[in-house]
Design a binder for this molecule. Structure first.
Ligand code: CA
Length: 222
């Protein structure tokens, strides 16, 4: 999953970037509201974390513009402590959730996971599940019938994307856009390698190849 972090306080941004990358997210970071307004609307993010007090353009205006343009990406706003007015304004212009600074990193992690599941219509799942597989996002492993299967970080990131889009046909370029940040080189052949590793661990038919079109996660253990 690919996230945009908009935060002008550099020490906090650094800390969040490290934490989010450890959690297997591809993250782009911006500190300026104008840049965020443009990039948030033009790149295919799965979720946006938006500070409200920003140089260039206030976060609330950025969010209002995105929603007016029809952007449906989940947005979690970061607000100052005690500022209930900011939180209310944020929710009114289309924020999906908010966190008040300072916050515990684990709370951000859990809210992000919940927002991503909700955006895919999986709000009922406390833990990501598809076709008999349960994904443990904190340990970055998967289990089937109680058997734990260890994953590399790249396999975990790919499997999480597949499980959030079970049954959907996903091209290699689409997967690359959602698994790598804007600075990484996107080599879709690498995706093929990780798909094969996942098949070896989870069963051949767990991911179907459609020639010239891409992949489809079936979760089928066959
Ligand atoms: Ca700020």
């Amino acid at each position: 999953m690919r996230l945009l972090l908009v935060e002008d306080h550099v020490p906090l941004a650094d800390e969040l970037m490290d934490a989010l990358k450890r959690q297997g997210y591809a993250v782009d970071w911006l500190a300026d509201g104008r840049d965020a307004a443009h990039q948030g609307a033009s790149e295919p993010y799965d979720l946006i974390i938006l500070d409200l007090g920003l140089p260039g353009k206030p976060g609330l205006e950025v969010l209002r513009d995105w929603r007016a343009d029809g952007l449906v990406t989940p947005v979690l706003i970061l607000t100052a402590r005690g500022s209930w007015a900011e939180r209310i304004e944020g929710l009114k212009v289309g924020a999906d959730d908010y966190l008040t600074k300072p916050f515990h990193p684990e709370e951000l992690q859990l809210r992000i996971q919940a927002l991503l599941r909700r955006a895919r219509g999986l709000a009922n799942q406390p833990q990501l599940e598809a076709a008999g597989l349960q994904l443990d996002e904190s340990r970055q492993c998967v289990s089937r019938n109680g058997e734990v299967i260890e994953l590399t970080s790249a396999e975990f990131r790919l499997l999480r994307y597949f499980m959030l889009h079970a049954g959907q046909l996903l091209s290699k370029s689409h997967l690359a856009e959602h698994l790598y940040d804007g600075e990484s080189e996107r080599d879709s052949n690498v995706i093929e390698v990780h798909v094969n590793h996942l098949r070896r661990k989870l069963g051949r038919s767990v991911i179907e190849t459609r020639r010239g079109q891409g992949y489809r996660f079936t979760g089928d253990a066959g």
